[in-house]
Write a protein that binds this ligand. Sequence first.
Ligand code: HEM
Length: 408
Amino acid sequence: MATPPLRMPVPGERTSETLRRIRDESGPVLPIEFPGEVKAWVVTSYETVNSVLTNDDILYRKNIAHFTALHDGTIPDDWPIRQLIGGDHLLVLDGAEHRRLRSLINRAFTPGRVAGLAPRIQEMTDELLDRLADETGVVDLVKAFTEPLPVAVICELFGVPEGVERNQIREWSNVLLSHTATPEEATETGAALVGYLAAFIERKRGAPGDDLTTGLIRAQEDDGDRLSDDEMMWILWLVLIAGHETTVHLIANAVIALCSDRAQLALAQERDAWAQVVEEALRSRNSVVGVLFRYPQQDVRLGEATIPAGEPIMIGIAGTGTDPATYGEHAGRFDITREDQEPHLGFGRGPHFCLGAPLARLECRIALATLFGRYPELELAIKEDEIGYTSSFITEGPLALPVVLGAA
Ligand code: HEM
């Protein structure tokens, strides 16, 4: 490697900022080094990210031993990666194995099931906001709203009854995704969640409902292929992990964008353009800043660089939406009136394209429309540059979001 590797994380800089900066200063493909002298490459432009995501010879799984070794003890504990790995689920499978699982899940996770959740998502959103009705001071919107909503929606999707069990799942997933849990706490909590999910699937076999878990139990291919209990357990695990923090942060990032530009907020209100707000947040303020490493099966030419077979590539999603080569000179500006030719890569692309995209879109739209519909004067209680963000190379969002709700 000719250029000395960039060390990540860069102290005092958000991962999204680092990715944008190095894209502009050093080009779209760069060697990087993580703590523990872990070497990798990072791609940051729309074009290079797109080509890595859609190249069938750049895989997750073939180098699984390396993948595990790489993440075992070398990545800092506050970078939530360990829990994403878990067991054999979609995010660590490729090719035929991956296609088989996805096809079985698609039989249960249908557009109809997602659309059918809309009234409940609306009710749960209303309930959370009702609890804030008497608040006149500063409220942490993450704690009160953006964090509890996604986990409640996922529990609803799974068919977990309201009450003690939901609270327990919420606690577990908070520990797993927390940036302060010790590795021991994360392992213990992960084991408790695995145990719960296995027993929950067993219970659903005896008492089916109109939910994703029952749908997965019933999912069957024409040739009779079905999901094993273990596969089902890892699917639920992945949906809980993948669908939680991503959504929490996207809602919060969109709130920040709208509060920082009241003209955009007014436009969204006037035109009822909440779907555009969500798309624009996914493009320019996405909660996913990078996705799990991929490994080329043979030497691959990307931009000006040749990445040798087997070397890990970090995919810098956060660099793509703000890439001036694709989105022009004002790429970084949050603007719901944009008419771009290129669809954003906020949900990824190719075989691993976000399975929960329709649900995430629906949920974020309802959350934002209802929040600002009820509190049109909502504003940040601190300056935008005082907001503290999570430090991770996968997701990014505010650790807390102090706001004043204003008149309802
Ligand atoms: C995959 C983003 C919400 C389930 C992905 C990927 C991205 C992404 C970028 C691609 C990963 C890769 O290529 O390695 C997001 C964002 C969300 C969100 C920004 C919220 C705003 C959700 C929700 C669910 C979900 C709500 C489930 C209910 C999944 C699953 C995968 C995935 C299962 C793996 C698909 C596969 O490997 O085949 N997501 N996601 N996501 N997402 Fe999402």
